[in-house]
Design a protein. Structure first.
Length: 158
């Protein structure tokens, strides 16, 4: 049986960016269809449009968390606090594992890439890019969180 981490990696290796791969792997849990979810995440690949800022795998994870259990009442400070705590906890787990949450640092790049043209996805690209590992880890973090909650109605905000 394939895990969501397997699905996220397969999506990445088929050409989706890191954020799209993460959100696409959790399609059944977020209440929106695959095309809409991948469009939503399309701006966040390459650390947000190849700006090499926050890792797209982590951004995709945050989108799933928001769609699953984000708050909608701007006056509900308790819900905001719980949600932001969850986001910070997940980011801390990622940072603890890899030392950073920034795309440019994960890829060991000297500076932010300003060229908007994405690299062609070739076998060589996938061999030199560690992104599949980050995507698998982010998907596993979220999958573990979902399994800790009620399997019939996951609420990852607690």
């Amino acid at each position: 049986m394939k895990t969501r981490a397997d699905r996220a990696e397969a999506l990445f290796k088929s050409g989706y960016n890191c954020a799209q791969s993460l959100i696409g792997a959790f399609e059944g849990e977020i209440g929106i269809d695959f095309e809409t979810s991948t469009r939503l995440a399309s701006s966040f690949g390459g650390g947000m449009g190849r700006l090499r800022e926050v890792c797209g795998a982590l951004t995709g994870l945050f989108m799933v968390v928001g769609l699953q259990s984000g708050y909608s009442d701007p006056q509900d400070y308790e819900a905001k606090t719980r949600h932001y705590q969850l986001v910070q906890d997940l980011a801390a787990q990622f940072r603890d594992r890899y030392g950073t949450i920034l795309c440019r640092d994960l890829l060991e790049l000297e500076e932010t890439v300003s060229e908007p043209v994405p690299e062609m996805r070739t076998e060589a690209y996938y061999q030199r890019r560690p992104c599949a590992e980050y995507i698998r880890f982010a998907a596993s973090l979220l999958d573990a969180k979902l399994k800790l909650e009620s399997p019939s109605a996951p609420d990852i905000n607690n």
